[in-house]
Design a protein around this ligand. Structure first.
Ligand code: H79
Length: 437
């Protein structure tokens, strides 16, 4: 897909365009987020409180030395990279994004930068990122890493705190010079060397997924972008590397209302926590997840769905069950998701649409959430000639006819798929997208 790349040290002068870099990602549409670390062992429970998760060190106010002692007992003996990657693959996911270092500053890989890592600071002595990277390669998924950039509770120079008590740098007229020097020291001593390790020792990294840059300046973020472009020009960078930087924007725990033609992603948990919380049984249903995936695809975005494996290294069965529901649906209906682009219509009350262009025609995929009582779907303002229409799952032909105000699709009396039935309609030519109306 990509021609020869010439690594240079600014983001704009590499020979690979952003569009080329984003190609696999835009086709992929669906990935697995994995929040896993020392905190997973507690399962959210600390001294009787049960509402902690990946923020454990902060929310339970655990002193660094005590957290380091706790890390030494971390020993996820049941961790099996092959199992995790298979679960993602069977769910129809095309990439995984795994926490290489969360806010606790603990590297979940073999880092030479300091001892706060899984090889030197835990009982595990294996490098799960290496195992996951190799397994992804075997099974054909892209390996991507999460890195907490602007928050690190191990490094004395990195500003601590959270969104509630730290202002965003862009809102500060005078960001104190000494604080900026400290942040720079942390970047030079820890973050940048670790980013280089990740980009050097784990083969191709699909995405560098940064989190929390609140106090990182545009120049500081740009320098990190330049380093990544130099080491791996094909690596995609999310927007949380610094103000107004990166290849695509991130939405956390929400899906935007409308369509966006610029690349974007929604990351979401299946229950109320990112990291494993054994007391949290507020699970979304498989159906909700399927609908989110379709909704996001219809708006031109990617869905990054989270799992929080246990301290033993096991993805909770509740998550696996739900991923199976999504996987079973996508095995039959994946054509309506992968390689599609955003809907040419505003969203419908009965469902969503994605599309693909092919030989001068447009393939429309209508995913029906709410089956119409009269068996008719109305698609307003479509006057293109219909070449073919069928149910995607069975290939069964269905009838359509045109009215002055649009296209009418005749459906069977009841929904063949309770989660979402996809109707595939091939029309001649193109359909204007809503932004051009
Ligand atoms: O990694 C996940 C979160 O830990 C991280 N981003 C996602 C992908 C994140 N960092 N900051 N935030 C999310 C926003 C801050 C949330 C908080 Fe809280 C609300 C901090 C304190 C109150 C969540 C709830 C953490 C503690 C309680």
């Amino acid at each position: 897909v990509f021609g020869p790349v010439k690594a240079q040290n600014t983001s704009d002068s590499t020979d690979i365009t952003q569009e080329q870099r984003m190609e696999w990602w835009q086709d992929a549409r669906f990935g697995m987020f994995i929040h896993w670390g020392v905190y997973s062992k507690a399962g959210g429970e600390w001294k009787g409180e049960t509402n902690h998760a990946e923020w454990l060190q902060f929310t339970a106010k655990i002193p660094l030395q005590e957290y380091k002692e706790y890390a030494k007992t971390f020993d996820p003996v049941k961790f099996d990279a092959k199992e995790w990657v298979s679960i993602a693959k069977n769910a129809g996911m095309k990439y995984i994004v795994v926490t290489s270092k969360h806010h606790d500053g603990f590297a979940m890989y073999n880092s030479q930068v300091n001892d706060h890592n899984i090889i030197k600071g835990s009982s595990f002595h294996r490098d799960p990122l290496k195992e996951l990277a190799e397994e992804c390669k075997k099974q054909g998924l892209r390996f991507c890493v999460y890195y907490s950039l602007g928050r690190d509770w191990e490094d004395p120079d990195c500003p601590t705190g959270y969104a509630g008590n730290i202002a965003w740098r862009s809102n500060l007229i005078d960001y104190p010079i000494e604080k900026d020097k400290k942040l720079q020291r942390y970047l030079d001593r820890k973050a940048i060397p670790q980013i280089k390790e990740l980009l050097t020792n784990y083969g191709d990294i699909g995405v560098m997924w940064f989190d929390t840059y609140e106090l990182v300046s545009k120049q500081q973020g740009q320098k990190i972008v330049d380093i990544i472009r130099e080491l791996q020009p094909k690596c995609i960078i999310n927007s949380r590397v610094g103000p107004c930087l990166g290849d695509y924007t991130v939405n956390e725990q929400e899906v935007p209302e409308g369509i966006s033609i610029k690349p974007w992603e929604s990351c979401m948990t299946m229950n109320n926590h990112w990291g494993y919380n054994k007391a949290d049984d507020n699970w979304r249903t498989g159906e909700e997840l399927v609908h989110h995936l379709i909704d996001i695809a219809s708006k031109g975005g990617n869905f990054l769905l989270n799992v929080g494996p246990t301290g033993e290294g096991v993805i909770p069965t509740e998550s696996v069950e739900r991923l199976k529901v999504v996987g079973d649906w996508i095995k039959v209906n994946g054509e309506a998701i992968y390689g599609t682009t955003f809907s040419p219509f505003e969203k419908f009350v009965w469902g969503r649409c994605t599309q693909k262009k092919e030989n001068g025609n447009t393939i429309l995929y209508f995913s029906v959430f709410n089956w119409p009582e009269n068996g008719e779907l109305i698609v307003p303002e479509v006057h293109n000639k219909v070449m073919k229409s069928s149910l995607l799952a069975s290939g069964k032909q269905i009838k359509t006819h045109s009215l002055d105000n649009g296209l009418v699709i005749k459906l069977p009396n009841s929904a063949p798929d309770q989660l979402a039935t996809v109707v595939k309609v091939v029309v001649e030519g193109v359909i204007d997208d809503p932004s051009s109306k």
